[in-house]
Design a protein around this ligand. Structure first.
Ligand code: PAF
Length: 287
């Protein structure tokens, strides 16, 4: 496995095959490795980028605290059969300091996770586009758990005609249903119990959608589960539970028909968790 800190040090593109890229900020866990395994399944040359992108942090203390574990990450990636790791420095990525020209996520960046972290999605898209230019992949894989990030990247690729296929890899869950996240280690046993309301609310909403309920009822069904959880634990606070348009990340109207991403964010004992599920809302099409 090659470790490159500049694009020039990357291996040559395969002559006949494809190149796949998995972008990360390091501190790798099972969720990242699932993306890598999927990339390998595609039979592509696999490049993993590791870059803690200053542009997507609102709080300088968060950026400072972000774990940097390059050696351990490389060991994991080597064991997965990755072809190359691209780990540029901040100076390599942004030689003149913060870039003057950046990508805007527009309205996608202003709602839900974007409202919680202003400017975050602009920073994500700017680095994603730059990493795509530097590595010229055929396909880029992202975790479906960060639904709004996937929506923003897909919109950028579509709107700016970036010649890269974007693949969202399904969320990996623990047997109890909780989505894998590096933040789960901060949950006490009681917090974890309370956190299970997130997948329960999503499952309830998905069942309502399968039942042919209209969008407003699908959301209400999930919200009821979360209201119960809030009553049961003072440490559980819901940020949002909503049905999002998969192209725009805006809340769908009550009479929406078609796919929707049911997205949830909640804080459990000080740990903020997100999760989502894609459903088909089709009241008249159901039996
Ligand atoms: O999902 C992440 O880890 C980051 O947002 C990404 C896509 C690597 C861009 O810095």
């Amino acid at each position: 496995m090659r470790l490159a800190s500049t694009a020039a040090e990357l291996p040559e593109r395969p002559r006949d095959g494809a190149r796949a890229i998995v972008m990360t900020m390091g501190a790798l866990h099972e969720g990242h490795l699932t993306l890598v395994r999927r990339a390998r399944e595609l039979g592509a040359q696999v490049i993993v980028t590791i870059f803690v992108n200053p542009l997507q942090f609102n709080d300088p203390a968060d950026l400072e605290r972000y774990p940097r574990t390059l050696e351990a990450d490389c060991a994991l990636l080597e064991a997965e059969g990755v072809d190359a790791v691209f780990a540029p420095s901040v100076e390599e990525m942004y030689p003149g300091g913060d870039p003057v020209v950046t990508v805007s996520a527009g309205a996608i960046g202003e709602v839900f996770e974007g409202a919680h972290r202003p400017g975050h999605f602009d920073g994500v898209l700017t680095v994603v586009l730059k990493l795509m230019h530097l590595t010229s992949p055929d396909v880029a894989l992202f975790g479906a758990k960060d639904a709004q990030q996937v929506i923003a990247v897909r919109a950028m690729v579509r709107d700016l005609a970036v010649p890269v296929r974007v693949e969202a890899v399904p969320t990996v869950r623990d047997p109890d249903g909780l989505a894998l996240s590096s933040r789960n280690v901060h949950l006490s046993r009681a917090d974890r119990e309370a956190a299970l309301a997130l997948p329960r609310a999503l499952a309830a909403a998905a069942a309502a959608a399968r039942n042919g309920d209209p969008a407003a009822d699908v959301v209400r069904t999930g919200t009821n589960v979360l209201t119960e959880a809030t009553r049961a634990s003072a440490k559980f606070a819901v940020d949002y539970f909503a049905a999002l348009d998969p192209r725009t990340a805006q809340q769908v109207p009550d009479d929406h028909r078609g796919e929707a991403v049911i997205a949830v964010a909640a804080t459990v004992g000080g740990t903020r968790l997100i999760d989502n599920m894609t459903v088909l809302i089709d009241p008249e099409g159901s039996p």
